[in-house]
Ligand binder design. Structure first.
Ligand SMILES: C[S@@+](CC[C@H](N)C(=O)[O-])C[C@H]1O[C@@H](n2cnc3c(N)ncnc32)[C@H](O)[C@@H]1O
Length: 240
């Protein structure tokens, strides 16, 4: 009964998060005792909350460097390797699951990184915290494939999300996708083209994109990864 009441209230409030089509499968996996301690010790210092007012990214990082957003950082291996080798960039890595963010927190401590932050939450919520044209790169590497036709509305590269990514990217900024699901990248090209805020796709793997366990699993199963990027152009397609 109470649950129905809460849902009705959320709908009456016009709570837009209530209408978000989820792009992930919720799962509960406990951190080991060691990682749990690291997580509890470091999360307040190096995390950004999923909810909240617009972010002042220069204040968050204490510098005016370009900011990249990694959506769905998984185990966090890329963030841990990118931070120390790109000190003139800032990186925000988000995943709904704690495991990867905890690994990144551990990496931040071990390597004394100051240019990396983590978010444990849903990127569809976090995106609202970014000002227009505030990000230099957005990475979507090996997103959950949602292969069944009725599930494809859950994909991250879909019209409403691409519209929001166009808003937060600077002109000249870059949206990157890597996937080993052919249907995913082919349909993504169509979705991004329909937005009109991006130039035609280019196919190239950045040399800093390390092979993750997830990618390795695909290769072992005979799949081939494809890297695509789109540059944000100066067309203004406004949120309706
Ligand atoms: C298939 S894994 C790939 C992980 C990593 N990028 C890699 O290449 O190994 C996709 C990840 O995206 C995360 N994810 C999916 N939707 C998300 C969302 N809306 N916000 C944050 N993370 C999300 C999932 O939790 C999962 O960890």
């Amino acid at each position: 009964m109470r649950l129905i009441g809460v849902t009705v209230c959320a709908v009456l409030r016009g709570d837009s998060e209530n209408r978000l089509v989820r792009t992930f499968r919720p799962r509960r996996r406990k951190l080991g005792p060691e990682l749990s301690k690291v997580y509890e010790r470091l999360k307040d210092d190096w995390s950004i909350a999923e909810h909240g007012p617009k972010l002042d990214l220069s204040e968050v990082f204490g510098n005016g460097n370009s900011v990249c957003l990694e959506i769905g950082c998984g185990r966090g291996d890329l963030a841990v390797s990118f931070g120390p080798t790109h000190l003139d960039f800032n990186l925000i890595a988000i995943d709904i699951h704690t495991r990867g963010t905890a690994n990144i927190l551990q990496g931040i401590e071990k390597q004394s990184l100051t240019n990396t932050r983590v978010v444990e939450g849903d990127v569809l919520v976090l995106l609202k915290r970014f000002a227009d044209a505030s990000l230099t790169e957005v990475w979507v590497f090996f997103p959950d494939p949602w292969p069944k036709p009725r599930e494809q509305r859950r994909r991250l590269i879909r019209p409403d999300v691409v519209l929001e990514l166009a808003r937060v990217l600077k002109v000249g900024g870059v949206l990157r996708l890597a996937t080993d699901i052919e249907d995913y990248w082919r349909k993504s090209i169509t979705v991004v083209a329909a937005n009109e805020s991006f130039d035609d796709p280019e196919f190239s793997r950045p040399d800093w994109r390390i092979e993750t366990v997830f990618e390795r699993r695909g290769i072992n199963e005979g799949r081939q990864s494809v890297d695509i990027y789109w540059v944000r152009n100066s067309e203004q397609k406004l949120l309706s």
